[in-house]
Design a protein around this ligand. Structure first.
Ligand code: C5P
Length: 392
């Protein structure tokens, strides 16, 4: 999603950096528009580095590309955090004498504001009336909370926490087309212990599975994330069950699948585990120059889930292949879905720089008959939404 984050001139501006960061990490294209006041609290280099996009606050920059309206027109969502009393007054009056003002006026996207100010300013009748005007126009107001303000003050007016702002804002734009569906998503890479300090693992970051859980929750689903080792935090609004080994993932996935409408197996499950786990650290002097490990097969969880599926339950698997090309990838995918019995298989090509641990992804989705039903490329969140579109 293309998101404009407006930052206005209050001390909570330093916390807005975390709003930007969360949105970027979730795969959004974030454009920060600070007011002149905001730039006295946080520097432009910080905002550019965190948003990964150029930042301008000047109405007269980029006139040739009509930036004062282009940003607003192309936005899917506008968030203003912190929103000062002054900014709320200007927004209520429709004043557009800076880039943030014109951007918002030129936008038809949902607008979310997170006010932050001292308690007296928050309670001032002018602010109260401005808030009522903004709400009546459909603007979503998040917070403020009661808590510590600048200086010694305690009271109402503290900006909501960045993650709460992000969650409320993303929730405001989401279509709730998966409301009532119970979805289990497995994500991350399993670890198979060799001894108390070593394991066999893989390079899965868990990002695609986490994006799927996040997208499903935003669309109203009741989501359980069975999380093997993740390199990113789990999203808000989902139940998380942590697991480590393939056998633990098997047990948790099957237990949750028993009451789920959809199971998405995005986890990278180890096919083999050590036949025995050493009670103590394996020592070099005891093993000599070489060390042969005996491995045994792990159960194929996807195959078992597909075989045990409840009537109407949809099972989605993933296939990460180092194929020779698109035809080869498709052939491998068709063979795999026939063997595993899933309803859909999401195919992506992995290599040293593709798929695993990257922020973007490109996939082809085949159905049980092996026909291509969708293709998607973009951020992992965008790809997640295309996968979930299959469930509508
Ligand atoms: O056979 P392969 O590992 O390529 O299949 C990938 C798909 O199967 C993924 O959806 C993965 O989560 C699932 N899988 C599984 N149990 C295994 C290995 C893979 O469920 N032991």
């Amino acid at each position: 999603m293309r998101i404009v984050v407006g930052i206005t001139g209050g001390i909570a501006a330093y916390k807005a950096v975390n709003v930007v960061r969360s949105l970027v990490l979730a795969g959004h294209d974030v454009h920060v528009v600070p007011t002149a006041g905001a730039l006295r609290f946080v520097g432009k280099p910080t905002l550019e580095a965190i948003s990964r996009n150029p930042v301008t606050a000047d109405l007269y920059d980029g006139v040739a590309e009509v930036r004062h309206v282009a940003l607003g027109q192309s936005a899917d969502l506008v968030i203003v955090a912190p929103a000062t009393a002054n900014f709320l007054a200007r927004l209520a009056a429709g004043i557009a004498d800076d880039l943030l003002g014109t951007t918002i006026l030129a936008s038809e996207a949902p607008v979310v504001v997170a006010p932050a100010m001292h308690t007296e300013m928050w309670r001032n009748p002018a602010t109260v009336a401005n808030l009522a005007t903004l709400r009546s126009r459909g603007i979503l107001v998040v917070g403020p909370e009661k808590g510590r303000l600048t200086g010694q003050d305690l009271g109402e007016g503290r900006m909501s926490e960045p993650d709460d702002i992000v969650e409320a804002a993303l929730g405001a734009v989401a279509t709730r087309d998966l409301a009532g569906k119970r979805i289990v998503v497995t994500a991350g890479g399993t670890r198979e212990p060799l001894d108390p300090v070593r394991f066999l693992g893989n390079r899965s970051s868990g990002k695609q599975g986490v994006a799927l859980a996040e997208a499903a929750a935003l669309r109203g689903a009741d989501v359980v994330l069975v999380a093997a080792h993740l390199e990113v935090p789990p999203p808000a609004g989902v139940r998380v069950e942590k697991v480590s080994t393939a056998l633990e993932l098997d047990e948790a996935a099957r237990r949750h699948a028993a009451s789920a409408d959809v199971v998405v197996m995005a986890a990278a499950v180890a096919d083999y585990r050590p036949a025995s786990v050493s009670e103590s650290k394996i020592k070099k002097d005891a093993t000599g120059e070489g060390l042969a490990l005996e491995l045994v097969r792990n159960p194929d969880i996807l195959t078992a889930l597909a075989a045990e599926r409840r009537p109407g339950q949809v099972i989605i698997g993933f296939a990460a292949e180092t194929s020779d090309g698109p035809d080869d990838l498709l052939r491998l995918g068709r063979e795999k879905i026939a063997r595993k019995g899933a309803d859909y298989l999401v195919l992506n090509r992995v290599g040293w720089s593709e798929g695993f641990a990257t922020d973007g992804n490109a996939v082809v989705i085949v159905d049980a008959a092996g026909d291509i039903v969708a293709e998607a490329a973009g951020t992992k969140l965008e790809v997640a939404h295309r996968i979930l579109d299959l469930l509508r």
